[in-house]
Design a protein around this ligand. Structure first.
Ligand SMILES: *Cc1c(COP(=O)(O)O)cnc(C)c1O
Length: 433
């Protein structure tokens, strides 16, 4: 099938990028549910093992269905290459571990997903990687002071889950680049429909595709996308994994052999995925692709519903505070207008008057919003972070992550906005003590 024109919009990319069938081939992305691939000679296969030829030989490394869908996400983000992973956690782990390990240090925003906070602050710490958490609103001096000679990356979330802080991508990218390291941005909540971090200087983007990209609560998955813009060779001493020979891969030097646009994802595939194996299944990739085809349509409705809910909450006497970056008056409104002018996401958080007990009573009364450890699918749901996703955090860490004990996270689905507001309204009334 012919290549897509260069200057198509994000909507067309959602529907058409990635898989491009040839004459007589299936129109829908085929599910290649095969662990292995057959070759005529051992020499053919040897060339694949040497990374001398392109092709498939084992689905732990690469699978055509997964690659089609990764290519679509790369196109959506405006990146040079991408890889699917089995979950968003695996995506963030791989994105960092591909360039930083024992003896290294990274800087991360303190306002991030609880799972990523544990990954970086506990599990990777055990592996010998040090992390300094900084407020997403820290001064340039504080950010500067966090850098060390062994710092290898800076990490943040476009819109933090669940604090809904907006990350100042341009400022953090500039500082990272002054220190010769890339900025990694988890773009799960915004999706490339609402923000493309590479346009603001980010170098690597990650996703939990489990959320809006899949959009139906069907399949856990993740993705790492490389912008192709970071010059590893210019900072060769910091990134020996990319700029010196890989003993576990016949002495290949990734940055030389695959260049600036291919080195990072090729190394992640050939080394990190080969050894750690958090692959996405072809069937889940197929489901993800169906989700991506309507991502641009769904994001509009998620955002419109969330704005209606946020406006209701702002005017409710039962509410202490509302966080929604697209709501005029929100602390992050100005930053959201810069990075997310077309809308932010479907998630709204608020602090209910009456603390933890009232939060529980309110949630029990809801009839449309279901209590779930999830966000960002078609059905509206809600969660109490202090007693679920963030229960490992100390009170001080909770405050740093922007969470209080009466905070409720609402994920507005694709229902009628009036029904969502009415559901919240009745639960407010019926939970007053
Ligand atoms: C959910 C989430 C993750 C983790 O993704 P999983 O697919 O659940 O492993 C990472 N980052 C953000 C921002 C998330 O919302």
């Amino acid at each position: 099938m012919s290549k897509l024109p260069e200057n198509i919009g994000i909507e067309t990319k959602c529907v058409q990028s990635g898989y491009r069938p040839e004459n007589g081939e299936p129109r829908e992305v085929p599910i290649i549910e095969s662990t292995t691939f057959k070759y005529d000679t051992s020499a053919d296969m040897g060339r694949l093992f040497d990374l001398e030829a392109e092709g498939y030989f084992y689905s732990r490394l690469q699978n055509p269905t997964c690659d089609y869908v990764a290519a679509k996400i790369a196109a959506l983000e405006g990146g040079s290459a991408a890889m699917l992973t089995g979950s968003g956690q695996a995506a963030n782990f791989y994105a960092v571990f591909n360039i930083a390990g024992c003896g290294d240090h990274i800087i991360a925003s303190s306002s991030i997903y609880g799972g990523t906070f544990n990954l970086l602050g506990v599990t990777m710490k055990k592996m010998g990687l040090d992390v300094t958490f900084v407020s997403p609103d820290c001064s340039n001096e504080e950010l500067e002071a966090a850098f060390r000679p062994n710092t290898k990356a800076v990490f943040g979330e476009t819109i933090a889950n669940p604090a809904l802080t907006v990350f100042d991508i341009e400022r953090f990218a500039k500082k990272a680049h002054e220190h010769g390291v890339p900025l990694i941005v988890d773009n799960t909540f915004a999706t490339p429909v609402n923000c493309r971090p590479f346009e603001f200087g980010a170098d690597i983007v990650t996703h939990s595709t489990t959320k809006y990209m899949d959009g139906h609560g069907s399949a856990v998955g993740g993705c790492v996308v490389d912008s192709g813009n970071f010059d590893w060779m210019a900072h060769a001493d910091k990134f020996p994994g990319l700029t010196t020979p890989d003993d576990s891969y016949h002495g290949i030097t990734y940055a030389e052999k695959f260049g600036q646009k291919g080195a990072y994802i090729t190394k992640m595939t050939a080394q990190v995925m080969r050894d750690l194996g958090s692959v996405q299944s072809p069937y889940n990739a197929y489901l993800l692709n169906i989700g991506l085809e309507s991502l641009h349509v769904r994001m509009k409705q998620h955002c419109a519903n969330a704005l209606a809910v946020a406006e209701y909450l702002k005017n409710s006497p039962d509410v202490e505070a509302v966080n929604y970056p697209s709501l005029p008056g929100d602390k992050y409104y100005a930053r959201a207008q810069k990075y997310l002018p077309n809308g932010s996401c479907g998630v709204v958080s608020f602090v209910i008057r009456g603390g933890r007990d009232r939060a529980e009573r309110f949630m029990k009364e809801l009839k449309i919003f279901a209590i779930e450890t999830h966000v960002a699918d078609a059905r509206s749901c809600c969660l109490h972070p202090a007693s679920s996703t963030h229960r490992q955090l100390t009170d001080e860490e909770l405050v740093n992550a922007g969470i209080s004990s009466g905070m409720i996270r609402l994920s507005c689905g694709l229902e009628d906005a009036r029904d969502l507001v009415a559901d919240i309204d009745q639960a407010m009334k019926n939970s007053r003590g």
